[in-house]
Design a protein around this ligand. Structure first.
Ligand SMILES: NC(=O)C1=CN([C@@H]2O[C@H](COP(=O)(O)OP(=O)(O)OC[C@H]3O[C@@H](n4cnc5c(N)ncnc54)[C@H](OP(=O)(O)O)[C@@H]3O)[C@@H](O)[C@H]2O)C=CC1
Ligand SMILES: Nc1nc2c(ncn2[C@@H]2O[C@H](COP(=O)(O)O)[C@@H](O)[C@H]2O)c(=O)[nH]1
Ligand SMILES: [K+]
Length: 479
């Protein structure tokens, strides 16, 4: 990456900078590879944040199916975490994970999980796991809230037989021919997944992130306290593919100790560690055993660290400098936090990140763990909160005695409640992934880069005024 017109003495963040087009020999956006090449096995440079409101098993499976990596949060009890890893590993790779309900479930209950959106659907099984039929989610818009899903099954949707379809392109054509937006996929009478036209199309464009056995990949986080190695071993045993050692201040002795112990244990999975923002921290953490550094202090949407402590660093400069230091050591950097638009992802990658971690933006999706809620105007949202907020700290340390808990809650550095609205045009994680990856593919071709390594090399970055940034926004109404 090079600065166009000279570097800045001030630290910069994403809104301060922009990309300049250069002569390109990459003639199609579909000729671009977005693979991070950082040893995680991901095929797109997107990871979801280890936040309770963001990454649950369903979101992790959907993300891996499109080539990204979900990081399950360290706050889940170990048994639940191991269970979640196994669940992800059992999900279909080509087909979607079904929304599976009992026929007695009411429409109101189902709407907490699935919005009445085209392309979404529900499958029903009885108590003996006998398949009963499937319903398009759009039916939920007109049915009475207390109606039972089982009563909506008349004229249930035609299913597709997994044995009859020869790959996703064939599945897409079959759905168009049968005029289906959504269909359950059956094999020997059992549901093996679902498909929408869009997901069949996606399966032709994205490459799933799979392990050596062809199962979806998943990452999980651990903190730096307690028996880190024991917990990490249990996660590896459950099948985790990448471990993230995560704490607010990653450049500290507790982190170095944990990393050395993990290196000693030689668990055979890449170790991500953070959060850090300086080359000095990169050197120390890589020296202690980290393969990838998680970079970002204070940019997160749920984060109050900068206001509480003044600590942090504008994210573009933090990524740029740490990525350079990491590269010199054969390590990589994930840019964590503060991403609100596809352009931010492109800029983080230009600065040298191998992948970009997204939290709050993904909290407002169908696949995120929370229930769908509706505000007074009928808009759908999910609740989100910071992992260092009073709410998260209370949940994390709920087992401690009242005195210890009170001491811990003194140090909240995040907000406890926030509404993240679903984008009505892009309510699912995969809709956001389409938007992000198409934006980034386009950024690559503007820079003349066919791979992430070439993008790092060729990106030309300018510095702009606030008015320059403002000029780039679209105007939904006339001026
Ligand atoms: N990226 C960011 O900007 C930030 C992210 N977070 C996220 O919040 C979650 C909780 O992290 P965390 O609060 O570290 O909890 P952890 O459970 O990981 O514990 C942190 C440990 O580090 C010690 N510590 C020393 N200095 C600090 C410091 N300045 N801030 C926090 N802990 C410190 C704590 O001791 P003691 O409690 O006695 O001080 C404790 O032992 C993580 O997911 C983290 O990534 C939190 C803040 C900033
Ligand atoms: N200072 C805090 N940082 C937090 C907290 N919870 C999460 N985080 C960090 O934010 C990113 C995600 O950023 P986003 O802008 O995409 O939401 C996450 O990975 C953490 O590093 C918190 O309570 N305080
Ligand atoms: K912030």
């Amino acid at each position: 990456m090079e600065f166009y017109g000279g570097a800045s003495r001030d630290d910069l963040t994403y809104s301060d900078v922009f990309l300049i087009p250069s002569r390109s020999a990459v003639t199609s956006r579909l000729d671009v590879s977005l693979a991070p090449g950082d040893g995680t096995g991901a095929t797109i440079p997107i990871v979801s944040a280890n936040m309770n409101s963001v990454t649950g098993p369903r979101l992790a499976a959907s993300l891996a199916r499109r080539g990204g990596l979900g990081v399950l949060p360290q706050d889940m009890p170990l048994q639940e975490l191991a269970e979640a890893i196994r669940w992800v590993k059992n999900q279909p790779v080509i087909f979607d994970t079904p929304y599976d309900f009992a026929p007695e479930t009411t429409v109101e209950e189902a709407r907490l999980h699935v919005p009445a959106a085209p392309g979404q659907g529900i499958v029903l099984h009885d108590a003996d796991r006998e398949y009963l039929g499937a319903i398009a989610a759009t039916r939920l818009a007109t049915a009475l809230p207390d109606a039972k899903l089982g009563d909506l099954l008349h004229g249930a949707i035609t299913s597709i037989s997994a044995d009859d379809i020869d790959g996703p392109r064939d599945a897409f054509d079959a759905m168009v021919a049968a005029d289906l937006e959504f269909a359950p996929v059956l094999q020997h009478g059992a549901v093996v997944g679902t498909l929408s036209r869009t997901s069949a199309l996606r399966a032709t464009i994205y490459e799933p992130a799979v392990d050596a056995d062809g199962r979806l990949r998943v990452a999980a986080a651990v903190g730096i306290n307690g028996d880190v190695v024991e917990k990490a071993k249990a996660l590896v045993q459950a099948g985790v593919d990448v471990l993230v050692v995560d704490t607010a201040h990653g450049h500290q002795e507790g982190m170095l100790r944990a990393l050395r112990a993990l290196r000693e244990a030689a668990l055979g999975v890449p170790i991500v560690a953070g959060n850090v923002v300086t080359p000095a921290a990169v050197n120390d953490l890589v020296d202690a055993g980290a393969d990838i550094l998680k970079v970002g202090v204070g940019p997160g949407a749920m984060c109050t660290t900068r206001m509480m402590t003044a600590v942090g660093r504008p994210q573009f400069s933090a990524v740029l400098e740490t990525a350079e230091a990491a590269r010199a050591l054969g390590a990589h950097v994930w840019a964590d936090g503060g991403v609100r638009y596809p352009r931010d992802v492109a800029l983080a990658l230009a600065a040298g990140a191998s992948s970009v971690m997204i939290g709050s933006w993904f909290a407002g999706t169908i696949e995120a763990p929370g229930m769908l809620q509706t505000d007074a105007e009928g808009r759908l949202y999910k609740e989100s909160w910071g992992m260092a907020s009073t709410k998260a700290v209370k949940e994390r340390f709920g087992r401690l005695d009242a005195y210890e808990l009170a001491r811990k809650t003194l140090f909240a550095e995040g907000i406890s409640s926030s509404r993240i609205y679903l984008d009505p045009l892009r309510p699912s994680l995969e809709d956001l992934l389409d938007m992000i990856t198409s934006g980034v593919r386009s950024s690559f071709t503007y820079a003349g880069a066919a791979t992430l390594a070439e993008f790092h090399e060729r990106a030309l970055v300018g510095i702009q005024s606030a008015a320059g940034y403002e000029e780039g926004k679209a105007l939904p109404v006339s001026w």
